[in-house]
Design a protein around this ligand. Structure first.
Ligand code: 9J3
Ligand code: ZN
Length: 300
């Protein structure tokens, strides 16, 4: 568990404070590792982020995984849980991730180790049938989170009050459905989402929507953009449109999706304001970002 270096030990004399501070710095520098940083925020996990640490293929935590058979669960189709191997840092926030129409967990599996290695328990799921619609995918994401926190083999590693959802296409539409149904969710990230319902005034969950400029399956003009606009304007919300991207860009390893997703999850699931600077001011138009919208600075 994490400890405050300034609550540790006590010395007397005129240089006591300086000595203690130096000792703490030496201890932190020497011990290193993800757990070495002492936090005033009890949910903070891992070392201070940098541009390169959020872009990296793997974060500071070694990751293990466990397969969950569809035969052993109800309400969703099973999946794979990716989690930090070490228990030295206490519990982690957790997210469930749904694939899109006709697709399997393999289509979003790159997100498992990529996000878990930053300090989250990540459950990439299969749906009951590959043809399930967004509302059903929302219910299945919630069933998966309930399984994860109540019955899974890693339930003791999770802070069940700090949960989020992600999904691709109809799974992204489903992540909005899940947030609408369960306002206690701390973060939602729809990836090139598809949903016929464009009105989401009930959502209270901070939501980051990714669109793709070249999406012809769920065009941003009829899906991602109106879904963003349909969220409350008072909500912590953002819209990032990927440049040179298609509907299926979220199906393979993508550094732009990863870096802003990590930042959003850290900022809102872990309350980790060290990541705020990657989100606000909004990323500028670039070779990877076609357009960005959102409220900055964040209010929650
Ligand atoms: O999950 C998706 O890829 C939704 C896009 C789609 O195929 O909609 C057609 C009904
Ligand atoms: Zn646009």
């Amino acid at each position: 568990m994490q400890q405050h270096p300034h609550t540790r030990g006590r010395t007397s004399g005129r240089f006591a404070g300086l000595t203690a501070a130096l000792a703490a710095v030496v201890a932190l520098t020497t011990l290193g590792g993800p757990g070495a940083h002492a936090a005033d925020n009890p949910y903070e996990r891992g070392p201070a982020p940098t541009e390169s640490s959020i872009e990296a293929l793997r974060g500071p935590y070694a990751v293990s995984d466990v397969s969950v058979s569809s035969l052993s669960v109800s309400g969703f189709g099973g999946g794979t849980i990716y989690y930090p191997t070490s228990t030295a840092d206490g519990t982690f926030g957790a997210i469930a991730v749904s694939p899109g129409f006709t697709a399997y967990q393999s289509s979003i599996s790159w997100l498992g180790p990529r996000l878990a290695s930053q300090g989250f328990v990540v459950f990439t799921i299969d749906t009951n049938t590959t043809l399930d619609q967004p509302a059903s995918r929302g219910d299945q994401l919630l069933a998966a989170l309930d399984y994860l926190t109540q019955r899974s083999s890693v339930r003791g590693r999770i802070d069940s009050s700090r949960l989020g959802v992600m999904g691709h296409s109809m799974g992204g539409g489903g992540s909005l459905e899940a947030a609408k149904d369960r306002p206690s969710l701390q973060a939602a990230i729809p990836l090139t989402p598809w949903n016929l319902d464009k009105t989401w005034p009930e959502v209270r969950t901070p939501t980051l929507i990714f669109g793709a400029d070249g999406d012809t399956v769920a065009p941003v003009s009829t899906h991602a953009e109106p879904l963003y606009t349909g969220l409350p304007s008072s909500l912590d919300r953002a819209y990032l449109e990927l440049n040179g991207a298609t509907h299926f860009t979220p199906n393979s390893s993508n550094t732009t999706i990863a870096k802003y997703s990590i930042s959003w999850l850290k900022r809102f699931i872990d309350n980790d304001t060290r990541y705020e600077r990657f989100l606000c001011p909004l990323p500028q138009r670039s070779l990877t970002i076609e357009e960005s919208r959102g409220n900055c600075p964040h209010t929650s």
